[in-house]
Design a protein around this ligand. Structure first.
Ligand code: ADP
Length: 174
């Protein structure tokens, strides 16, 4: 199963991915997180943030996710602002793919600003920041929408967990 968490910077994708991973581990289910920023440093250091480069980066993530998902749950935390790229992921990874829209108003994301990116963008030091000065294309038919300004991390993580068949407790026949 591949859970694709998409949303604005600071919406809570990474926080929720780690919570879900911990919940799965508690059930003995192995999972791997592909964090957009981390993966970018490792496999896409040659790329920038133009639409073409973002699409290339996301395609590389899709390839890795496909391989990893053969024997574990894959949690992808990736802004992935381009709808056509997410739809490509759906086509390639279906039927094990679920898109989760981690939704949070821009003002709240800007207040959280966990990486200081919005502050930099406001000062003009960062260009192409999704949501601020670069477009984010809302998912049209995601499997799940979570509202991190209204739900706790635990609530959101439990809702994501419900998408993962491996996480359902198995009933033991008597
Ligand atoms: P992203 O990966 O989407 O860029 P992060 O997970 O790195 O976002 O940061 C989200 C920030 O918002 C964290 O500091 C987290 O503690 C905080 N936060 C507050 N409420 C929530 C919530 N309900 N769900 C997820 N994150 C939340």
């Amino acid at each position: 199963m591949i859970i694709w968490l998409t949303g604005l910077p600071g919406a809570g994708k990474t926080t929720i991915a780690y919570k879900v991973k911990a919940m799965l581990a508690a059930q003995g289910v192995e999972s791997e997180i592909l964090d957009g920023d981390e993966v970018r440093k490792k496999i896409s250091a040659d790329l920038g943030f133009s639409p073409e480069d973002r699409a290339t980066h996301n395609r590389r993530v899709i390839d890795i996710a496909k391989k990893l998902s053969e024997d574990r749950v894959v949690l992808i935390s990736l802004i992935s602002p381009i709808r056509s790229v997410r739809n490509h992921a759906r086509e390639v990874l279906s039927p094990r793919f679920a898109e989760v829209y981690v939704k949070c108003p821009l003002e709240v994301c800007m207040k959280r600003d966990p990486k200081g990116l919005y502050a930099k963008a406001v000062r003009g030091e960062v260009k192409n920041l999704t949501g601020y000065n670069d477009p984010y294309e809302d998912p049209l038919e995601p499997e799940l929408v979570i509202h991190t300004d209204r739900e706790t991390v635990d609530e959101s993580a439990c809702r994501v967990l419900s998408l993962i068949p491996q996480s359902q407790p198995k009933s033991i026949p008597r």
